[in-house]
Write a protein that binds this ligand. Structure first.
Ligand code: AHR
Length: 512
């Protein structure tokens, strides 16, 4: 008995000794804003993102407008998604927009060669997408077909959507139910043109971009924000050539795609659940690589565009795991765990911290595909841990960015180290300061002591997202295992804010 209590005491004091600490100094200087468009989403004709996700069978017993699922719309409205990218992805470079307008039953069918070889009936097309955006109160971001399309096809799509005068195309738009222009601003000129979008060299694509971008016209009610297809992860040469050969005058944004893999193997990415701490650690290391990517691509952009006119648009990001056993490998359906929430919190912190250059981003993908916000099973629907991160972080949208200095302990595994804590902070229009903190360490709480220079505050409140295990998930039978809870671990100590950040957690604080 005595021995046990001594051991317990030793354990307790060891724990006390092991208390890890971090410190942050937050300053009140606010030069840049965090664009709300960093919080964008992506919806491709892939698996059950559109069909069986947003767009369901008439017979499905859920609230609908047309065939758009309204429970999904309501959930997404709550987190204020600022833009929605569509129709792809790789699908975009095989998509011909005219196949998706006019009477539904007369629309031609096509094979979705990229994703499972299923037959696409084109019942969800341009008007349905814009109806969805209208319901969501979000801005459409349309990706045009460069790989297998034509300059004229893109040019006419822009006219069909944005011209306010009388032309054969606008008469057709009116006949299809929309007299007024839609004024779609965000246009992607191709997707992954180095790969599924045509396997082009950057030099060839730069020329193609200029042809397509020239004839994608600005109409009086819609000045376009043209986004060039950007690099695959660390292909810095792609960014270099695009910046050199196209340059700031001709593009609003240049994209970047990067997916976090649990393993480093595209043929066996690792499971979405049932992984150990080592795989978790490796995933987080790969997630943090986004910081290096953003820094290095930005440095190249700075060389050609010191005034930062061109936005770095990370229009595909998120974790990519093996598909759930028994599901169509071409549908990219994966579960979403606490690990995914930590990835979302960390990545959004990185984007916020680079908001001078990263002014738009889209998580891949909104419903039922890759790192989804929402999963559905027929009429059932659940909100994933990632969804809740977007809910907790929405306070940063269009807020003034607050810079900081961070000292964080490392999270170590088998001789490797990653920074355990990451942070971002902003001040909203009402003057409230929001700080979002992530502790990646799966075992240790970390006490963060924050010095708030020139920031006047009286009270702190917050929310925390965590769970017992990093691979905990929400399921259709237990949909609320991981949801944000009130956070009581932050207190004032003199002029300092002291936060006891639980292991493997995301905390969002509001200072009043
Ligand atoms: O998001 C899934 C796919 O990943 C997209 O279609 C493509 O652009 C990327 O390779």
């Amino acid at each position: 008995m005595k021995k046990i209590s001594l051991l317990l005491l030793a354990g307790l004091s060891l724990n006390a000794y092991a208390q890890k600490t971090a410190s942050v100094t937050l300053s009140n200087d606010t030069k840049d804003s965090i664009s709300r468009h960093i919080y964008g989403q992506f919806a491709e004709h892939l698996g059950h993102c559109i069909y069986g996700g947003f767009w369901v069978d008439k017979s499905l017993p859920v609230p609908k407008q047309n065939r758009i699922r309204l429970d999904i719309v309501e959930a997404l409205k709550k987190i204020k998604i600022p833009n929605l990218r569509w129709p792809g992805g790789c699908f975009a470079d095989e998509y011909h927009w005219r196949d998706g307008i006019g009477p539904s039953l007369k629309r031609p069918k096509m094979v979705n060669t990229n994703w499972g070889g299923v037959v696409e009936d084109n019942s969800f097309g341009t008007h349905e997408f814009l109806e969805l955006c209208g319901l969501l109160g979000t801005e459409p971001y349309v990706s045009a077909n460069v790989g297998s399309g034509t300059v004229s096809e893109m040019s006419k799509w822009v006219e069909y959507l944005n011209f306010d005068g009388a032309s054969p195309l606008t008469r057709e738009r009116a006949a299809n139910g929309h007299t007024k222009p839609y004024n779609v601003k965000f246009w992607g000129v191709g997707n992954e043109s180095w790969g599924c979008g045509g396997n082009m060299t950057p030099e060839y694509y730069a020329n193609e971009y200029k042809r397509y971008a020239t004839y994608a016209r600005d109409y009086p009610t819609a000045k376009l924000r043209r986004i060039a297809s950007g690099a695959n992860a660390k292909d810095y040469n792609w960014t270099e050539v695009l910046m050199r050969d196209v340059g700031p005058g001709r593009m609003w944004g240049l994209s970047l795609h990067y997916y976090t893999l649990p393993t480093n193997n595209w043929n066996n990415k690792g499971p979405a659940t049932g992984f150990g701490e080592k795989e978790y650690f490796n995933t987080m290391k790969n997630c943090l690589f986004m910081e290096e990517l953003v820094q290095k691509h930005s440095a190249i952009m700075d060389k050609y565009d010191p005034k930062k006119r061109v936005a770095l648009v990370v229009d595909e990001w998120g974790i990519w795991t093996n598909v759930e056993p028994g599901t169509n490998p071409g549908f990219l359906y994966q579960q979403n765990s606490l690990r995914d929430a930590l990835i979302a919190g960390t990545t959004l912190n990185i984007f916020n911290n680079h908001c001078d250059r990263v002014r738009m981003a889209e998580l891949a993908q909104t419903v039922n595909v890759l790192q989804a916000l929402i999963l559905t099973d027929k009429e059932k629907m659940l909100l994933t841990p990632t969804y809740y991160i977007f809910d907790m972080y929405k306070v940063h949208q269009d807020a003034k960015y607050l810079s900081f200095k961070l000292n964080t302990p490392d999270y170590e595994m088998d001789g490797e180290k990653i920074p355990a804590v990451n942070v971002s902070a902003s001040r909203d229009k009402a003057g409230k300061v929001h700080v979002t903190l992530v502790n990646l360490d799966a075992r240790n709480n970390i006490e963060v002591s924050a010095e708030l220079k020139d920031i006047v505050w009286k009270a702190v409140s917050g929310q925390v997202l965590t769970s017992a295990k990093v691979d905990d998930i929400n399921t259709f039978t237990k949909p609320y295992t991981i949801t944000p809870k009130a956070f009581n671990g932050a207190k004032r100590d003199g002029n300092k804010l002291v936060v006891n950040l639980p292991a493997k957690s995301v905390v969002a604080l509001e200072l009043n």
